[in-house]
Design a protein around this ligand. Sequence first.
Ligand code: ZN
Length: 363
Amino acid sequence: MHFNTDLLLLARESRGYSQTELAKRAGMTQETVSRYENNSLAVAEENARKLAGALNYPLEFFSQDARVYGAGITFETYFRKRTSVGSLHLRKVQAQMEVLRLRLDRLLRNIELESEFNFDAMDIDEYDGDVERIAGLLRAAWKLPPGPVKNLVGVIERAGGLVIHFGFGTPKIDAASQWVRGMPPLFFVNSSAPGDRQRLTLSHELGHVLMHRTMSANVEEEADRFASSFLMPAHDILPELRSRPRLTLDLLSNLKVRWRVSMQALVRRARDLGVITENEYRNLFIEFSRRGWRKHEPVEVQHEEPKLLAEVLTTVLKTSFADVGDLAKALLADEEDLRQQFPLGPTRLRVLSNKRNTGDSRG
Ligand SMILES: [Zn+2]
């Protein structure tokens, strides 16, 4: 059997194991694992089984002739994160995302995803760095009406992008995106982030996917500008930001309900558009801090639920596979793993123990 050692590294990182830890679980030496990963030693069949078992991946997973993106390096993927995320954790989630991508690649191989609109790259350099213009052109291409984007996830899915609510295992990573040739653009959004944060972050990733085919120094700032321009076009939001003599907290909370972005994002937009001065901007943020709103703002924005992947899964389960176990086999995945990553519903009906007889629960 062909054993792809890139996938060994990927699987190990996806579990967050060190070489030593994997070696222990698989009953071999760390040196052996290291030599396997370096491709300096052929993996014997028996050891391949042990490694697969220890990693809880089907043996067939390792026989894929797949190109692995981003394993051990960080260049193919954009992350929106705070710098304090440890590199080990980052590698773990990156590996998990890549495993998911390989599964999606298999899943989508025989499926034509029909979409109303398209993703067409708009390289920032070809637009002289005019991010506002790119955001406006995209809104026009995707036929968005003026005003707030009511459902950003829906908009991206209508253009054929896949949005995945992902457990990053830390609130410090907001999102990541990836556009690999031959696949739809993938957007991984932290499932535990508040709705308004998810939207801004998703819009930021959308900016990367469209504008940045290559890395440069300003990509993060450009993606931020894209995010606010796309969700709050100057032309539409200016009259509303100016609608009273002063940008009050009351007005901001009303605008938050309507535009479905945080008050902080609104205040930043107001400053960038010259509606408020740098001083007013600072005072508003001092006020936010004083009220503890920097971390937890009032006014909840509902999460937008991705639907496209769930639809694909429902369809293939109806037409091509007997059950989830069968699908898992085809995707070279452990069934439980697949259920955790994909919107497939609960594993099984969970029967709660009948507590009435034990007297634990009353009323
Ligand atoms: Zn970014």
